[in-house]
Design a protein around this ligand. Structure first.
Ligand SMILES: [Zn+2]
Length: 178
């Protein structure tokens, strides 16, 4: 539009071309930019090797992962959660792999605890808990710690009360009677 057209009353032609201009301006704003081809990028962790920096979502958009090696990040998170847990220091190294199940009963209990840890989300949602009862020295604390660590290693964010003593089972969690 020139100064002349601004000073004169708009005729139909001017109105039409202004409408066309507006239309094409709106269309150009609405038009999607030509998508860049997705290029997968990687970085390298000295301990865990190559890991992806970005991914393509279901709409074809590019997403960037949070910084750093995902395995290192996971380990750091798990260590933070472990430090914040109530697991006594002498038990922190206990896991399923170093639980010695010599009797048939111990093997059965081990399998039960492993299943509880694997399906923890299901038990948590239903509010169920696992109560370990038995004589002193049978490995209750070991197994309770193993369950807790299994979940912590997977960065479980849910409340996981670790209780030694005769507490009532009031939430999904691991309770020992001694
Ligand atoms: Zn790493």
């Amino acid at each position: 539009m020139t100064d002349t057209t601004l000073k004169n009353p708009p005729d139909d032609t001017t109105m039409q071309s202004a409408a066309d201009l507006a239309q094409s301006a709106i269309a150009s704003v609405k038009a999607k930019p030509t998508p860049r081809p997705f290029v997968q990028q990687y970085d390298e962790c000295e301990a865990h090797g190559q890991y992806p920096l970005n991914m393509q979502d279901e709409r074809g958009g590019e997403r960037w992962y949070p910084g750093g090696c995902p395995v290192c990040r996971n380990q750091a998170n798990a260590a933070k959660l472990l430090a914040a847990s109530n697991i006594p220091k002498r038990f922190v190294d206990c896991d399923f792999s170093n639980y010695v199940a010599t009797t048939e009963d111990q093997q059965r209990v081990l399998r039960r605890c492993e299943a509880y840890a694997s399906d923890f989300a299901k038990y948590r949602d239903s509010g169920a808990c696992l109560l370990l009862c038995g004589r002193p020295g049978t490995g209750k604390n070991h197994l309770a710690t193993a369950i807790s660590r299994h979940l912590l290693d997977r960065n479980a964010r849910q409340t996981l009360p670790f209780r030694a003593g005769k507490d009532s089972a009031d939430a999904a969690g691991v309770h020992c009677d001694g």
